[in-house]
Ligand binder design. Structure first.
Ligand SMILES: *[C@@H]1O[C@H](CO)[C@@H](O)[C@H](O)[C@H]1NC(C)=O
Ligand SMILES: *[C@@H]1O[C@H](CO)[C@@H](O)[C@H](O)[C@H]1NC(C)=O
Ligand SMILES: *[C@@H]1O[C@H](CO)[C@@H](O)[C@H](O)[C@H]1NC(C)=O
Length: 189
C-alpha cells in the first residue's frame, strides 16, 4: 500500500515535471535554464485570441495618459497616448474564457495616417501559459486590414521567445474595439 502510493507520487512528479520545468523562477533557476540552452529544442507555438480595447464608459480599460500640444490640431492626433489593461479572450465575446491581459501603451506616432506605436506585454493568467508573458512591439496602422508586429521576447515558458503577431480588427466603434490576434512564437523546450 505504502509502496504503491510512493510509485504513484513518483509518476505524478515525473508527468508534471516537463510541464512546469521551464517556469521555475529565481536567479539560480534561470541560470540553470541557460546552461541547458545548447541542448534545448526550438518549437513553434500558435496563439489565437481577441483583444478588447475600451476607451470610455463603465467598462473602460484604456485611459489617455499623455498628449502633445499639437495632438488636438493634427488630423492623426499625433502624440496622444493611452495606457491600457485589456482583457484577452478565446472568442470575440468579452464573456468568453479569459486567457490573460494585454498591458501597455499605444500612442499616435504618425503625422500622415492613423498609426500607433504599440508597446505591450501579453500577460497570460490561464491554462498552460499561466504565469508566462510575451513582449510585443510594433507599428500599427489601425485601419489596414492586417497589421504585422513583432514578438521581441518572453518570460516563463516563453523565455527568449521571438515571433510575429498579426492583428485584424474584428469590431470597431468610437469607444471600443475588438482585435483578433494570431501569434506564431518560436521558443524553447
Ligand atoms: C508647444 O510647446 C512648445 C514647447 O513648449 C512651444 O514652443 C510651442 O509653441 C507649442 N505649440 C503650440 C501649438 O502650442
Ligand atoms: C495561475 O497561476 C497562479 C499562480 O501560480 C494561480 O494562483 C492561479 O490559480 C492560476 N490560474 C489558473 C486559472 O490556473
Ligand atoms: C461601441 O460598442 C460597444 C460594444 O458593443 C457598446 O457597448 C458601446 O456603447 C458602443 N459605443 C458607441 C459610441 O456606439
Amino acid at each position: 500500500m505504502k509502496k504503491e502510493s510512493r510509485v504513484l507520487i513518483l509518476c505524478t512528479i515525473f508527468i508534471a515535471f516537463p510541464l512546469v520545468q521551464s517556469i521555475f523562477e529565481g536567479p539560480k533557476e534561470v541560470e540553470e535554464w541557460f546552461k541547458e540552452l545548447p541542448i534545448k529544442k526550438e518549437k513553434v507555438t500558435k496563439l489565437h485570441f481577441y483583444f478588447h480595447d475600451t476607451t470610455s464608459g463603465p467598462a473602460q480599460t484604456a485611459h489617455q495618459i499623455a498628449e502633445s500640444n499639437i495632438s488636438s490640431t493634427t488630423v492623426t492626433q499625433f502624440g496622444r497616448t493611452f495606457m491600457f489593461d485589456n482583457p484577452l479572450t478565446v472568442k470575440p465575446d468579452i464573456r468568453s474564457t479569459r486567457i490573460g491581459k494585454g498591458q501597455g501603451f499605444f500612442g499616435a506616432a504618425s503625422f500622415e495616417e492613423p498609426r500607433f506605436i504599440m508597446n505591450l506585454n501579453f500577460v497570460f493568467t490561464n491554462g498552460r501559459y499561466n504565469g508566462s508573458t510575451l513582449q510585443f512591439l510594433g507599428t500599427n496602422p489601425i485601419f489596414h486590414r492586417v497589421r504585422e508586429m513583432s514578438i521581441v521576447g518572453g518570460t516563463g515558458v516563453f523565455r527568449l521567445a521571438r515571433g510575429i503577431a498579426t492583428a485584424q480588427t474584428y469590431f470597431l466603434n468610437d469607444t471600443s474595439s475588438i482585435v483578433e490576434y494570431n501569434l506564431l512564437v518560436v521558443h524553447y523546450y
